[in-house]
Design a protein around this ligand. Structure first.
Ligand code: NCD
Ligand code: ZN
Length: 346
């Protein structure tokens, strides 16, 4: 039985680092495990210009522990009036790695999101031309579509048309949650990939209702039925370069989660690698963890892999019930549980 695994330092291709006090509270957790991360732009107000992304990147770097060599990769929040020239210039200047499509009102701080993809076609055409990836929150927002069907309906109503119109656009279908999304991504060319979170590999929708309402298991896209979780585990551990690590760690203060209208988001950054390692171990695929965590993402983005290595050992990690950091109180994913793997760093 493998007791220690060593892999190239992984990257997190989808994370919410927030701003201000929450950024101070969470930045170190992501920087400890990952070499780079694609940082989501859904601040309030959102990061829509190269200038605001450069300023946000500086705030992230200032919040890192001394000596950290973590690199934040910035994204542009697309709105109906997104400016193709500013986005292309920001990409050429190394400020924007990618741009993010939030359908308007799909999730936290997405009120400024895109109301119809038709409105941003000139921007997407430019992105296709310059090889800049589009990151997609793949859910329709219509109130008459059942919340558990919103991703599958998005594939039919938006994704298929997007790919037909822009066949060479690099697209990351973010935090996929359904068997339909796996089939769709598998059916596309190498320019279409997907990230998978640790929580969607561990929990199905029952987790939100075990013995009562469980706000810490609530995120968007919401966890689906067990058959979908199993399809995601198969995809993540398949070895296909189309699938890579994206935690979607989305911290909210405990009082904002445990509320009459609790926020969506699971804070998984502190034990993210341990969480993925448990899944790969259970699936007999530890030899494929490095591809998923450290190789497929850089390959898709056209970036070098990280130089340094990290290790995990088979031993217990006790996840605390809550984490207090820089004045914030947060409940981590797997709170109160014991994980069979421990992150050892380099
Ligand atoms: C995210 C957040 O809180 O910013 N929440 C979540 O449940 N994942 C937004 C998002 O990525 O949808
Ligand atoms: Zn997210």
């Amino acid at each position: 039985m493998t007791d220690t695994i060593t892999l190239r330092r992984p990257d997190d291709w989808h994370v919410h680092l927030r701003d201000g006090a929450m950024l101070e509270a969470v930045a170190s957790f992501t920087a400890k495990q990952f070499g780079r991360a694609i940082v989501m732009p859904n601040l309030s107000p959102p990061v829509t210009s190269a200038a605001s992304a450069a300023a946000y990147r500086d705030r992230i770097i200032a919040a890192l522990p001394a000596g950290s060599d973590f690199t934040p990769l910035m994204t542009c929040y697309l709105t109906d009036d997104a400016d193709a020239d500013d986005i292309a210039a920001g990409h050429a200047a190394g400020i924007f790695t990618a741009a993010k499509l939030y359908p308007a009102n799909a999730t936290t701080n997405s009120a400024h999101g895109v109301t119809d993809v038709a409105h941003i076609m000139p921007v997407l055409e430019r992105m296709q031309a310059i090889g800049m990836p589009l990151l997609v929150h793949g859910e329709v927002t219509d109130g008459d579509i059942d919340i558990f069907d919103r991703e599958a309906v998005f594939i039919e109503r938006v994704m298929k048309g997007l790919i037909a119109a822009l066949p060479d656009l690099k697209i990351v279908f973010e935090h996929i949650t359904t068997e339909q999304a796996v089939h769709f991504v598998d059916s596309c060319g190498p320019n279409v990939a997907a990230t998978i979170t640790p929580h969607h590999l561990h929990i199905n929708r029952n987790a939100m209702f075990t013995g009562g309402m469980r706000p810490h298991a609530y995120c968007l896209p919401v966890a689906k039925r067990e058959m979908h979780r199993l399809a995601l585990r198969k995809a993540a551990t398949s070895g296909s370069p189309k699938y890579f690590l994206g935690t979607d760690s989305a911290p909210h203060e405990i009082h904002a989660k445990e509320s009459a209208c609790g926020c969506a988001g699971i804070f998984n950054a502190p034990y993210a690698l341990e969480s993925y390692a448990v899944v790969f171990d259970e699936e007999g695929a530890l030899d494929r963890l490095e591809g998923f965590a450290s190789l497929h993402g850089p390959q898709f983005y056209g970036l070098p892999v990280n130089e340094t290595m990290v290790s995990l050992e088979r031993s217990g990690t006790a996840v605390p019930d809550a984490i207090e950091s820089a004045g914030s109180k947060l409940v981590p994913f797997h709170a109160g549980a014991q994980l069979n793997w421990r992150f050892l760093s380099s």
